[in-house]
Design a protein around this ligand. Structure first.
Ligand SMILES: [Zn+2]
Ligand SMILES: [Zn+2]
Length: 195
């Protein structure tokens, strides 16, 4: 009944089944017949209608994974509200490794490379947290060191200093805002094949 690459049941010397199976192809032994039977079988993609084989440890083939991720990107893009370029802060380009670009660069990218999809970003100003700084600073002191600093009002007084420093030294990071998109298709040249 067993074909050449199928699992073979192993027996102990007196003829009683050992309860383990052996794959003649990769020499793996295991107590779960189903697993040993499939250890060397190609894994077929679990996406309905797809018959591609998957890489080891995957249940979905590469083609389907790329397609699904493209579908996810498209659905986020389709749901986003369209805004004018002038209403956007910095722009983030998902087609170019989430690169942060200014308005002029975005227009150049659309004109020269046909890259037309951008998301707006929202500004997150730098904020320093006194509790984290103090907790870290006394990490290897004695056990109640940090609690004592808290009781002594150190967190509050340091936070005031930090807040005023941040106000005088503004720094920001711009994070992608997936809910707002800028479509620069109108800047792309027609022969770039942007559809
Ligand atoms: Zn095997
Ligand atoms: Zn597939």
């Amino acid at each position: 009944m067993q074909t050449e690459a199928k699992a073979i049941e192993l027996f102990v010397q007196d003829g009683t089944p050992a309860g383990v199976w052996y794959c003649p192809k990769c020499k793996r032994v295991g107590g779960d017949l189903e697993m040993v039977e499939q250890c060397c079988e190609p894994i077929i993609c679990s996406v309905e209608g797809c018959e591609n084989t998957c890489k080891k440890h995957w249940t979905v083939c590469e083609e389907c994974r790329i397609r699904r991720s493209q579908e996810r990107c498209n659905s986020v893009w389709n749901k986003a509200a369209l805004i004018e370029l002038s209403d956007a802060q910095h722009l983030l380009c998902p087609e170019d490794g989430d690169r942060l670009v200014c308005h002029d660069t975005a227009i150049t990218m659309a004109e020269e490379d046909g890259v037309t999809r951008f998301y707006d970003t929202s500004e997150t100003p730098l904020r320093l947290h006194a509790d984290a700084i103090l907790e870290h600073a006394v990490d290897d002191w004695y056990e109640d060191a940090y609690s004592e600093l808290v009781l002594a009002g150190a967190v509050e007084s340091l936070q005031k200093v930090l807040d005023s420093w941040c106000e005088e030294n503004p720094h920001s990071c711009w994070f992608e805002d997936n809910a707002r998109k800028v479509d620069l298709s109108s800047h792309a040249q027609e022969d770039n094949g942007v559809g």
